[in-house]
Design a protein around this ligand. Structure first.
Ligand code: ASP
Length: 453
């Protein structure tokens, strides 16, 4: 017999069906046993007077008849609350040991360590299962929007070269080239710009970015961004595409967008008005509802002094200064130069940023010089970009909204790990598999590595 899903049972009253799934909350009422059968679509109550040896989370195959529940027994809280499965046969496909953590609550109060060690069970929790499915739906809607606007989805390498995105790199030793290392991408920034040189004009990627930073509730080692780049655009064009996408996607997901079009603040104005460039435009009462208060922040300073008093960039060294400030850069008037960077904020978080890029090798080299690179180092690190820009580079710009943060905000969660299937713990340990871990002496030798600890 073909499998019926829990959700389909309401249309099958009187029919013999076969269901498969997990046993949830068994309730013994004298001679009668009730349990809920859970599959990917939800639960249905099953009832039997057989003496069955099933326990919570066993995987079973159950056949029987779908019957309407008597009036007083209807459960309005679940979509299948008007029916039940009268079991005729039950087969256990896999027994389950008692679970090491409860999964019938929201899970917020359970130790992170336990939740991540048994993440595959934690994910059975209704809240998390819903979050992860929602994430998939969200990505699907973004893809639909981007494809309908002529974007091409292109993958870029994971084993690559260090790119200055402002963080520490994760590095991978090379076996074939002793003493040399790949860096995992902090973002596909350089590749997406090279794709513009290659003529794709509209690129996107659901891109994994890796940054070796200290972990916080709203920052992980890995994050996923909708990485985009477009040719022949102004900053307003890029902002309009991102704004159009999120308006369409979140309205489709039944969220309310507080202000349309998204208000635009200069960095100065944001600091004056809110004391921060990651502000929340919602009134207190609105914080309880599904409201997304998007806003743009523009006109950031290009450079700032780091803790040692040296110039560094505030956002992205590949950005173009605003047109009026290009001369200042070439003349070395660093302090007052503004970047074409635009940040997207929502409900108090920075959820993405991007810029129009500098395609003039003179400007780009000057930026690297200001942030302390010697000419030889600029050539070694970024020579490929400067060279690529000599073969017909279109003006271009892009943006990279972060999926994890956006979903955390939309789902009103307080931590990224609530919207990521297998997150890294705050200690840096991965879910379930406990990396980082040691490697064998043979592997070390093969990689030409010696440990000094
Ligand atoms: N590469 C930038 C980042 O990852 C985003 C961009 O400018 O497109 O933050």
């Amino acid at each position: 017999m073909k499998r019926t899903l829990a959700q389909e049972t309401i249309k099958k009253v009187g029919q013999e069906v076969l269901l498969k799934g997990w046993v949830e909350s068994r309730r013994d009422h004298g001679k009668i046993i009730f349990f809920d059968l859970r599959d990917r679509t939800g639960i249905i109550q099953a009832v039997t007077d057989q003496k069955i040896n099933i326990g919570g989370e066993d995987v079973v195959e159950v056949s029987g008849k779908i019957a309407s529940r008597p009036k007083g027994m209807i459960n309005q809280k679940i979509p299948t609350g008007t029916v039940e499965l009268q079991v005729s046969k039950i087969k256990i496909l896999a027994k389950a040991n008692p679970l090491p953590l409860p999964i019938d609550n929201d899970g917020y109060n359970i130790d992170e360590e336990v939740r991540l060690k048994y993440r595959y069970l934690d994910l059975r929790r209704k809240r998390l299962s819903k979050n992860i499915r929602l994430r998939s739906k969200f990505v699907d809607l973004c893809r639909q929007y981007l494809f309908s606007h002529d974007f091409v989805e292109i993958e870029t390498p994971l084993l690559t070269k260090s790119t200055p995105e402002g963080s520490r790199d994760f590095v991978v030793p090379s076996r074939l080239q002793p003493g040399k290392f790949y860096a995992l991408p902090q973002s596909p920034q350089q590749y997406k710009q090279l794709l513009m040189v290659a003529g794709f004009e509209r690129y996107f990627q659901i891109a994994r970015c890796l940054r070796d930073e200290d972990l916080r509730a709203d920052r992980g080692f890995e994050h996923t961004q909708i990485d985009m780049e477009m040719s022949f655009v102004s900053r307003e064009d890029v902002m309009a595409i991102a704004e159009g996408m999120f308006t369409r996607v979140f309205e489709n997901l039944d969220a309310k967008i507080l202000k349309k079009p998204f208000p635009i603040f200069t960095y100065r104005k944001a600091l004056d008005k809110f004391g921060s460039d990651k502000f929340d435009l919602r009134a207190d009462l609105e914080k309880k509802e599904k409201i997304m208060a998007f806003a743009w922040v523009v006109d950031f300073p290009f450079f700032k002094k780091d803790k040692d008093g040296k110039w560094t960039y505030t956002h992205n060294p590949f950005s173009d200064p605003v047109p009026a400030d290009k001369e200042k850069l070439l003349k070395g008037e660093i302090a007052s130069i503004k970047t074409t960077q635009y940040d997207l904020v929502c409900n108090g978080y920075e959820v993405g940023g991007g810029s129009i890029r500098s395609t003039d090798p003179k400007i780009l080299s000057k930026v690297f010089e200001v942030i302390g690179h010697k000419p030889e180092a600029i050539k070694a690190k970024f020579g490929h970009m400067l060279e690529a820009f000599q073969y017909g580079v279109p003006p271009h710009g892009g943006i990279a909204p972060g999926i994890d943060r956006l979903l955390m905000v939309y789902l009103q969660e307080q931590a990224l790990k609530e919207v990521v299937a297998f997150p890294t713990a705050s200690s840096g340990l991965t879910s379930v598999m406990e990396a980082p871990s040691e490697i064998s002496p043979e592997q070390l030798k093969e990689l030409h590595l010696k440990l000094t600890i």
